[in-house]
Design a protein around this ligand. Structure first.
Ligand code: KMH
Ligand code: ZN
Length: 274
């Protein structure tokens, strides 16, 4: 069996709604339950967003704190990663509200792009500011890469000392406005990564599971969950992110990879034990 694979579950995100899939969690208690279920199914890392009770995206510290408290109260030891991306249209100050005590990683979105019909703003000064906020709090950055030029920004951050190991890279493919989730694009991005970096792939929509399978074969880690994909199969809504994690676990076994435990994930990611 080759290297363990970190399965990250992205259980809610900021864009998907209960009208699209009734399993999308909104309340902190629901988000925590979904996250814990995904961990029980084999996810070693949990990518967290929050919502207001009516489903609007939230970066409120109180919401993140409650989600984290509930996850830990359930005995879940998964690596906890808070989104600093939030939702399109939020200010950077608002987005940084998620970096509460208990978080172990935070996302670092590497550039401005069209994101569906909106614009997801991450100017270079914004990226430097988020990198600094993560560093100040001792959080391991997960660099979100949606397009090839963002790898140049990654190198620029490293060269200027705004970013240093440990950091992780998430290749998010299939966002309308970013690179599409083709095999060619994933291979191209992986080839362009700095040496010795660990990376993961997150495919959007129907590309989620095929891209995960390819990432497993290429030696990467994988992200699945309702944030990026609402369906278990064509026309079949997932009843929760756990079902998508279960598929990722089965695919890992078929590709001779073993799902990483949270302890193994912390080792790989360079996250100090909380
Ligand atoms: N909701 C997207 C606009 C992240 O979590 O850092 C941004 C996002 C990335 O989800
Ligand atoms: Zn996210």
């Amino acid at each position: 069996m080759s290297a363990p694979v970190i399965i990250t579950a992205a259980v809610v995100g900021a864009e998907v709604t209960r009208a699209q899939n009734p399993a999308v969690p909104y309340l902190p208690a629901e988000i925590a339950r979904e996250a814990v279920d995904a961990w029980r199914a084999g996810a070693a890392c949990l990518h967290l967003h929050a919502r207001w009770p009516d489903g609007r995206p939230s970066q409120e510290a109180a919401h993140f704190a409650e989600i984290i408290e509930r996850i830990r109260a359930a005995g879940c030891d998964a690596v906890l990663q808070c989104s600093t991306g939030g939702a399109v249209g939020m200010s950077l100050d608002e987005r940084l509200g998620s970096l509460v005590p208990g978080a172990e990683m935070g996302t670092l979105n590497l550039g401005t792009m069209n994101f569906g019909d909106g614009v997801f703003v991450n100017t270079r000064p914004d990226v430097v500011r988020v990198a600094g906020a993560l560093r100040e709090r001792g959080l391991v950055p997960e660099c979100e890469v949606y397009d090839a030029g963002m790898l140049d920004t990654l190198r620029w951050l490293l060269e200027r000392g705004h970013l240093a190991a440990p950091y992780h890279v998430q290749l998010v493919l299939g966002v309308p406005g970013g690179m599409s989730a083709s095999e060619r694009n994933l291979r191209f991005l992986v080839e362009g990564l700095p040496e010795a970096v660990h990376w993961s792939a997150a495919g959007v929509g129907r590309h989620q599971l095929p891209l995960a399978e390819l990432a497993l074969r290429l030696g990467g880690h994988v992200r699945v969950g309702l944030e990026d994909n609402l369906y278990l199969a064509k026309g079949v809504l997932a009843r929760g992110s756990r079902e998508l994690v279960e598929v990722a676990v089965r695919m890992a076994e078929l590709t001779q990879r073993k799902p990483a435990t949270p302890k193994e994930a912390r080792n790989i990611l360079g996250v100090a034990l909380a």
